[in-house]
Design a binder for this molecule. Sequence first.
Ligand code: SF4
Length: 294
Amino acid sequence: MLTREQWTEKFVDVIAHASSQLPPDVLAALERGRDAEAPGSLAAKALDSILTNVAMAKGGWQPICQDTGTPLVWIHHPVGTSTRMLTAAFEEAVRQATGKQLLRPNAVDPLTDKNTGHGQAPGIPSVHCEEWDEPGLEVRMILKGGGCENVGAQYSLPNTKLKADRDLDGVRRCILDAVAQAQGKGCAPGIIGACFGGDRGSGFLESKRQLLRRLDDTNPVPELAAMEKELYEQANQLGIGPMGFGGKTTVLGVKVGYLGRLPASYFVSVSYMCWANRRATAKFSPSGEVTWLD
Ligand code: SF4
């Protein structure tokens, strides 16, 4: 296995990938959205300028958006690997990536209100390590912008205003409401990661983990696959459109997961990811050889 310094170097590469390019499924969804909008409309122009921006960033390893967001990372590691070492290696990778301008200095100490200057602070990056049986390592990360994080929402069911009971239709109503409330803020078209069940903390974390999924995958739970499809169609009929300019492209995808809940609680947690769905997945062999996955 590699040393901490060697892992830091590998993780800087993962951050560079995430920061400067969009996964092909997201790019394809943006292109489909642009083609569906009326030529010359504000919606088509907004999507066109997004696609131009993305193309420019890719060539020069430059950030796609000036807000490089919060790095959220899930690491699968073999039995016996130190999770403290991996976390420390990723924290150092964030500091180095910020020094190389792959990330913006994006961490503020809320006590002093001062920017730490190197992109790292307690809880930033947010690193989650899970053991698995393979000999190598898998790193899956997203960079989640502040604007879209601000329009996330959590609901406690039942909710009389939304006529949402403690069932799948109630869950659907909450997710659709979160998209409607956002009104394009958080840089639509968005990608919705949602979780029902769990507690207030675990529900939000699972909703963010849903954002690691490819847009074109199919939920293995048939009821949730149907809900994701229905929500995608309903959200795109709201007329909010890219950046709230109106149009047919309000969301690029909806992903829904679930966790066990207490009898007393029924939470629906909704995380809104902006169009800049910067997602990177890398698999490393025990000797550190990398394979990039979509
Ligand atoms: S919400 Fe996303 S696209 Fe909008 S400014 Fe933040 S990171 Fe950039």
